[in-house]
Design a binder for this molecule. Sequence first.
Ligand SMILES: Cc1ncc(COP(=O)(O)O)c(C=O)c1O
Length: 492
Amino acid sequence: MKQSSSVADLTDELRKEVNRYSPGGKLPSSRALVERFRVSPVTVSRALAQLAAEGLVVTRPGAGAYRARPRTPLAATGDTSWQEVALSADGAADLVPRTVDASGVTVCLAAPPPGVIEFSGGYPHPSLQPEKAMAAALSRAGRRPGAWGRPPLDGLPELREWFARGIGDTVTAADVLITSGGQSALTTALRALAPPGAPVLVESPTYPGMLAIARAAGLRPVPVPVDRDGVRPDLLADAFRATGARVFVCQPLFQNPTGAVLAADRRPEVLRIAREAGAFVVEDDFVRRLPHEDSGPLPRPLAAEDPDGVVVHVCSLTKATSPSFRVGALAARGPVLERLRAIQIVDTFFVPRPLQEAALELVGSPAWPRHQRTLSTELRARRDAMTAGLALRLPELALPHIPSGGYHLWLRLPDGLDEPALQSAALRAGVAFTPGRPYFSAEPTAAHIRLSFAAVSGTEEIAEGLRRLRAACDEALGGPVPQFVRHTPAVL
Ligand SMILES: Cc1ncc(COP(=O)(O)O)c(C=O)c1O
């Protein structure tokens, strides 16, 4: 800690000083800096490395550090407007135009403006991440023999085995490919299973990041409604008949955004309907490692009850660790595995070996089960704080389902309150949420919002966020703006 703050201090000092030297001029020697700032040689070399990374200095081994020569930017002179035409000109050749739109994903990834409470985040707050355990795992991983070598293309065998064990008895390590998180696994699956122009059945509502993947691949998402027991099998069968689709993307556990769990009697139905349609079910098991303390035993993945290779299973470590811990898995049985493997290798080669080694170190450490218990307890406390606060302050927002896993609630807005108006008012009041519209691939059934309780620092922030949301509702509905709103930071 001390070491890293002295590095930061010295870096700041040197950053201020560097302009005094002429471009290309030599900076004082490391020894002189050690003596002058009374820091260790390691601190000096880390500070210089930081400045080199920023492009302010150039270090030459054995010779010293020099002020970098300024780069002459060319960008301002060019004219990039031709790209507008180029990027759209060949749309006519596409059966279904590809739409590349990252907004559905960035809304969960982007940090909100300073001072704004984040009910929009899709990942746990840093205080809920196993930061120490991840750091220790990464450092142990870096020292493993061969850590920087090329990994087997399908992933480290022990990590594939670990994921296979978590899925169920029908799956072995040989059926698993290690991926760069769930997003990349979904991209591989959709590209492997459906050609451009094909329909793909999706739950409605569903994760906008998956709709973005489908559209970017030129697929046509066709919505199949979800109720509190998950996707409706009668409508799923109709949708297969009407479209001839060969793929259905499903989140059977704590669905994003509704939190629904596919009911026990629907699970075999979904598999049977897909099997009869000759179609694959892509099972996005994204929050299996985020049960709340009171969840009870979880239903197994659909893949564990699928002898015929209908299910292509997707899972990831990110939601229980950090968005940067981009390690996930695809599991499938039968010839489809070869197709998935080929797409993944063509697109990305493989997941960096140090990260795979770190994943193995992390999930094998005693800290991992401890972290999972803490996460379950914390998520439950936050969910309870949010549901209680909503009932007290915002009773007009309908909450049809309180999930026992995952990190968010899905609320229906009352008539007369629309999503854009509420979103703008909320940002002015200092709270960010995710509007419901992007979760529907076609016309939405009603106005909704999704509130995440994992990305905030704790229950106090939840209470404050809900106070701000109350003020935003009043403003959007045209009511009086309560006194306390004037004291919250005005943002936008
Ligand atoms: C339903 C669902 N699937 C997959 C993902 C992708 O997550 P990651 O790539 O971090 O594993 C997300 C992220 O928000 C999600 O909500």
